[in-house]
Design a protein around this ligand. Structure first.
Ligand code: HEC
Length: 153
């Protein structure tokens, strides 16, 4: 009984810690979305490098690049609250002025990443050609969103 109560108390404390971390992420949406896009950039570097033959292809690396894209595409849109258009951010005014258009670009990204995840199975696309077939369309969604919704520096 005593041990059980202790376990409940500990899991409550762990839960509070997690809530604190989540609150912090929500409090800094710019840093959060930039970290997400930074992981997208890294996944594009890995996947693109394998497509160009600069990095040896393995199904595990292909899977890592694809799952990073998928997670990013699902979460990215949550970090653009009103008022988070700030000098330290490269998000263009169009994100807020044309929210529908931004959502459409996000949807394209999410559909391509979901299709890639679906096709890659449990252990990743078997070879580089299978990887190219599904990762190419994901990379095809970057430019059209950046053109309108990312500040051109
Ligand atoms: C739905 C729109 C959208 C899509 C799709 C998108 N991006 Fe972005 N990206 C943005 C916006 C908006 C920013 C600027 C965000 C900010 O500074 O707050 C950005 C910023 C970035 C950054 C800079 C991150 C940093 O450290 O601040 C990188 C790298 C990047 N994108 C890579 C990519 C790649 C590679 C793809 C395609 C696989 C992609 N993006 C797809 C909207 C998008």
């Amino acid at each position: 009984m005593h041990i059980l109560r202790k376990a409940v108390a500990l899991s409550l404390i762990a839960g509070l810690g997690l809530a604190g971390a989540v609150a912090q992420a929500a409090a800094d949406p710019i840093a959060t979305r930039q970290a997400i896009m930074s992981s997208v950039g890294a996944a594009a570097g890995l996947g693109g490098g394998m497509m160009k033959g600069e990095i040896a292809y393995t199904p595990a690396a292909g899977k890592a690049a694809i799952t990073t894209m998928r997670a990013a595409s699902l979460s990215y849109g949550n970090f653009f609250p009103a008022g988070s258009d700030h000098a330290s951010s490269d998000a263009a005014d169009a994100v807020w002025n044309d929210a529908e258009g931004f959502a459409a670009q996000l949807a394209k990204f999410a559909v391509a990443a979901a299709a890639a995840a679906e096709a890659s199975g449990k252990s990743g696309p078997a070879d580089i050609d299978a990887f190219k077939a599904v990762f190419g369309p994901v990379l095809g969604t970057c430019k059209s969103c950046h053109e309108t919704y990312r500040k051109q520096n």
